[in-house]
Ligand binder design. Structure first.
Ligand code: TXA
Ligand code: MG
Length: 316
């Protein structure tokens, strides 16, 4: 098990030695290493059992430092950074000074400035940016607490910087540009509705199946071990009544008897609250003694779009 603590200078020292530290962000916990040190980056791929074709996001302390790693920053990207950094937005920009291993040989790098006071302080205290994927084994649900990280990757990490529970709860929105059009490659914690007033109409391209631009686009990803079924929960419960069932609903339902475990994402129907609880809830259901997780899509607006994206992939 890794040590869990709030010591930012200890985290900085370990990272300077090329070791891995789990870091809190507003979205999910990251598994961080020095992005400019190929040995440290290699450890990240090994710890996560992550294929080398899947590039890592590079975390920077502020918008100015994006200039150190992006060869070119279009005006729309500058506007987005100004508005939303620090925050749940990753920008794909032509790369500079970033090892090929980090970008899986692609010519763009994903840059992000995370909105968490401890991680911002950490980034400001070290002379390099941090490569950090979500701190979970490849393909599994992202972690939103230090305990989630320790449960699965505790043996691989030196230290987990404890920044509490993640407040957004769903990964960053990934945005790139083709000509003058903004493209969303992963729906996430920044809403499409917040991006469009700044960039104009965006294209959402998150469904690529083979040769994905981003493996978050893989059809099956963010998946629990248990079977997940999406639809009308009451109908699904009737059709599967011989099985041991868990339910993940958006709002409170009147369920039939015999449901083993029920988690309501947001009794008041609030999508932000639902996003914040989604991954904890999936993990909890995955650990309970049930055979199948029954769930339903949420309204497809705001963070609901990202929630539905994750639910669909979890069910594939
Ligand atoms: O909220 C987040 O983004 C979290 C926190 C820790 O910052 N990080 C995260 O990283 O979700 P990860 O590695 O689990 O997911 C990053 C996604 C992957 O699907 C990856 O393929 C894509 O971003 N990505 C990263 N760099 C890319 C690049 N240069 N080109 C295309 N896709 C990229
Ligand atoms: Mg991930």
């Amino acid at each position: 098990m890794a040590e869990i603590g709030k010591d930012i200078s200890k985290a900085a020292d370990l990272l300077k030695q090329g070791k891995l530290v789990a870091i809190p962000t507003e979205t999910v916990y990251g598994l961080a290493g020095n992005a400019l040190n190929v040995e440290a980056v290699t450890k990240i791929f090994v710890a996560k059992n992550r294929p080398h074709f899947d590039p890592l996001i590079v975390h920077v302390p502020n918008p100015q430092s994006a200039r150190d790693y992006a060869a070119e920053i279009p005006d729309q990207a500058t506007d987005l950074m100004r508005q939303f950094w620090p925050g749940p937005l990753t920008l794909l920009l032509p790369k500079k000074n970033v090892p090929d291993l980090v970008t899986a040989g692609l010519d763009r790098v994903g840059l992000r400035c995370p909105d968490h006071p401890m991680t911002l302080a950490l980034l400001q205290s070290i002379p390099f940016p941090l490569a950090a994927p979500s701190a979970n084994p490849f393909g599994y649900v992202s972690p939103t607490t230090p305990k989630h990280v320790n449960d699965q990757l505790g043996a691989e990490i030196e230290y987990i910087l404890d920044g509490g529970e993640c407040k957004v709860g769903i990964e960053s929105t990934i945005v790139g540009f083709e000509d003058k059009t903004a493209i969303i490659y992963r729906l996430g914690g920044l809403r499409v509705e917040d991006i469009e007033p700044i960039t104009g109409r965006v294209h959402v391209n998150v469904t690529s199946v083979s040769n994905p631009q981003a493996p978050g686009q893989l059809q099956s990803h963010y998946s629990p071990q248990k079977k997940v079924m999406i639809g009308d929960i009451l109908q699904l419960a009737t059709a599967n009544e011989a099985r041991s069932l868990g339910v993940l609903s958006f709002k409170k339902l009147n369920l039939p008897m015999g449901i083993r475990k029920e988690i309501v994402l947001s009794p008041s129907g609030n999508l932000n609250e639902a996003a914040q609880k989604l991954f904890s809830a999936l993990r909890e259901l995955d650990k309970s003694e049930i055979d199948i997780i029954l769930t339903e899509l949420v309204p497809d607006t705001g963070l609901g779009r990202a929630i539905n994206d994750r639910l669909r992939r979890a069910a594939t």
